[in-house]
Design a protein around this ligand. Structure first.
Ligand code: TYM
Length: 332
């Protein structure tokens, strides 16, 4: 069976972009693939984290997966640092990765910004760890949002380079799965910026745990232009804020973008926004409620993570052993 690997960093607030771009798609895919869903805490520590918060957020992301509908019996759910193979394989793959490939990564440039000299080595080599995450399980498919596309191309390059270097067909080249109408959810305050966990403005994103009032307020305040809703897809494309809200509406209601455009063509934003707020609250309200219920039982969450780690390790260890063999690292 084809295997899926994907993950979310336990940093900041999980938001509608994480849900629509990734987690919601995983829920739909879980019956057709062998699925491994990770809470990537080793990625989180590429920038400073408060230890107490990191632990809490690791449980929160786990709760979000389950509350959104990932079945922990069917899928493996675990946090990355409990499987040592991620860091080990990252080292081995890092030794096959030219610096030139990493220098092209736009996310490093964005995150390091002007403080490039102060940025940690981990932040720079982050995409190698991401390749290791996927290849450790020989995953064939990786469902993610649009922003991860470049990292996935690098994962494919690294897998190909390893296979060629050692003359093997060991790692499959993982296929990105970027689909739906909300592969890149934008900030509610600025249609040119991605909705992000780290945005300072609370009004820029809808968090997965927001209640109906917070959701309604944020959508009401979402930036739009003074015209009525677009009449055609072409018109929508030229209006990023409107296009973003239409994409969110379509994803939440399982309609195509064209169907939503047709339904709302020429109507006023105020009625559209109040409909979108109701739609968002009805989907996220259930998930947020379930998350809160799960988070009140940290023992249950930890049990899931512990069992997930065992299952993940059982897949990872033999693969890593084979990598050692292929590379000539003696296991006496
Ligand atoms: P992270 O934690 O930033 O985001 C988790 C998932 O949410 C998607 N996403 C979005 N989708 C649509 N619109 C947005 N505004 C938006 N923001 C985030 C991301 O594309 C991602 O799918 N490097 C990854 C985590 C990772 C990973 C992996 C993913 C580590 N190892 C291996 C897949 C496979 C990250 O930082 O995601």
């Amino acid at each position: 069976m084809n295997r899926i690997f994907s993950g979310v960093q336990p940093t900041g607030n999980l938001h509608l972009g994480n849900y629509l771009g990734a987690i919601r798609n995983w829920v739909a895919l879980q019956h057709d693939y062998d699925c491994i869903f990770c809470i990537v805490d080793l990625h989180a520590v590429t920038v400073p984290q408060d230890p107490v918060q990191l632990r809490a957020q690791t449980r929160e992301v786990t709760a979000a997966y389950i509350a959104a509908g990932i079945d922990p019996e069917r899928c493996v759910i675990f946090n990355q640092s409990t499987v040592p193979g991620h860091a080990e394989l990252a080292w081995l793959l890092g030794c096959q990765t030219p610096l030139g490939w990493l220098n092209r990564m736009t996310q490093f440039k964005e995150k390091a910004g002007k403080q490039r000299e102060e940025a940690g080595l981990g932040l720079y080599s982050y995409p190698v760890l991401m390749a290791a995450d996927i290849l450790l399980y020989k995953a064939t498919h990786v469902p993610v949002g649009e922003d991860q596309k470049q990292h996935l191309e690098l994962s494919r390059d690294i897998a190909g380079a390893f296979n060629r270097r050692f003359g093997v067909e060991f790692f499959p080249l993982p296929e990105p799965m970027i689909f739906g109408t909300a592969t890149r959810v934008m900030s509610l305050r600025d249609g040119t910026k991605k909705m992000s966990k780290s945005d300072q403005s609370d009004y820029s994103r809808i968090n997965m745990t927001d209640d109906a009032d917070a959701i309604a307020l944020k959508i009401r305040k979402a930036k739009t232009d003074p015209n009525p809703l677009p009449e055609t897809a072409k018109d929508a494309e030229a209006r990023p804020e409107a296009d973003n809200l239409l994409g969110i509406y379509a994803a939440l209601s399982d309609l195509t973008r064209d169907q939503v455009i047709e339904q709302w063509a020429g109507k006023s934003f105020s009625t559209f926004k109040s409909d979108l707020a109701d739609l968002s609250s009805s989907v996220l309200g259930k998930i947020g409620g379930e998350m809160r219920r799960l988070l009140a039982e940290p023992g249950y969450i930890d049990d899931i993570l512990r069992r997930g780690a065992e299952r993940a390790n059982a897949v990872a260890k033999p693969h890593l052993q084979e990598v050692f063999d292929i590379m000539g690292l003696l296991r006496p």
